[in-house]
Design a protein around this ligand. Structure first.
Ligand code: CP
Length: 322
């Protein structure tokens, strides 16, 4: 599967039909997603945590790669919108008997499903699926290879907006394995589109993509220098499962040079927030006392994942009516 730069995620009215990547979406649309999520955030605090918006719709979670946060919050989001949810267990599905991805999808389509939420280890999988499903079906990318994780990026933007308000005056630092991170790629696209003042990436040369100079970011190899006066710190896991050979001497060496400790956090703005998309590896990219400390918003990010995913589901399925 290859990913195409031009995708068909918008309908003729410029509304979201699928949600595959942040690339190519404008600031108004990203702001609309966050505004819509804001309207849904109270649902999770109601006595009955449900609104009837997607009653009668069927959402299928298709996770070909492991997940805790994304899969669960997509399921909760769909249920809070009153949709029916199927979690296809890939390991016990007919995929294990040699059925192709497209044949599996066409069978689910024959069951009158309305949405596929897809996580796949291959970059471009969600776009491939979107190009091969019936027109009434929406596809949402829940993470494809090293390519994109657009709902994660949007819940991160929502968390930043909740804490910091406007984006233009912010300095944001992303630390760690940028090379293999679909999250970092989508975050950088979203931060740029929302007009963030300065985006820094802090990593050893071996964990930066070859096209870093085209991303509109400032590169730091020294963590202390990169953290100075930043407002938002995003730490990332080492994606060992995607590494081809040893790109760092050891996890211990990585933590000694790039691990976020309280001493290093003190170099950032005094009200800086600490973020991580999860799963966190304590003592590798982040110290436990920082992850659990007063500046950490890591679990808030998880909570906001539900509202953002409700917003994206409502907007994509809503666009079919127009
Ligand atoms: N952030 C994220 O994608 O986590 P999961 O792999 O648990 O879904």
């Amino acid at each position: 599967m290859t990913k195409s730069a031009n995708n068909n995620q918008l309908n003729a009215n410029g509304e979201l039909r699928h949600f595959l990547t942040i690339e190519g979406l404008n600031r108004n649309l990203l702001t609309d997603i966050m505004d819509r999520a804001e309207t849904f955030s109270s649902v999770s605090h109601q006595h009955v945590k449900k609104v009837p918006l997607l009653r009668g719709k069927t959402v299928v979670n298709l996770f070909f790669e492991n997940s805790t946060r994304t899969r669960t919050t997509f399921e909760l989001a769909a249920k809070r919108l009153s949709a029916d949810v199927i979690n296809l267990n890939i390991s016990t599905s007919a995929t294990s008997k040699g059925e192709s991805l497209l044949d599996t999808l066409h069978n689910l389509q024959a069951m009158q499903c309305d949405m596929f939420v897809v996580r796949h280890h291959e970059s471009g999988a969600a776009e491939f699926i979107a190009a091969n499903v019936a027109p009434h079906i929406s596809v949402i990318n829940a993470g494809d290879g090293c390519h994109a994780h657009p709902t994660q990026a949007m819940l991160d933007m929502f968390t930043i907006r909740r804490h910091k308000g406007a984006f233009p005056d912010l300095r944001v630092a992303i630390i760690g394995d940028i090379l293999h991170s679909r999250v970092a790629r989508s975050q950088i696209q979203a931060l740029s589109t929302l007009g963030v003042g300065e985006i820094r990436v802090i990593a050893p040369k071996t964990l930066l993509p070859s096209n870093t100079n085209t991303l509109g970011v400032h590169v730091y190899h020294d963590l202390e220098a990169g953290l100075k006066d930043v407002d938002v710190i995003i730490t990332l896991r080492l994606q060992s499962e995607r590494m081809d050979g040893a790109l760092i001497p050891s996890q211990r060496e990585f933590f000694s040079r790039y691990g976020l400790t309280n001493e290093r956090l003190a170099l950032a703005a005094t009200d800086a927030i600490v973020m991580h998309p999860g799963p966190i590896n304590r003592g590798v990219e982040i110290a436990s006392d920082v992850a659990d400390g007063p500046q950490s918003v890591i679990l808030e990010q998880v909570t906001h994942g539900i509202s953002i995913r409700m917003a994206v589901m409502a907007m994509t399925l809503g666009s079919h009516a127009n």
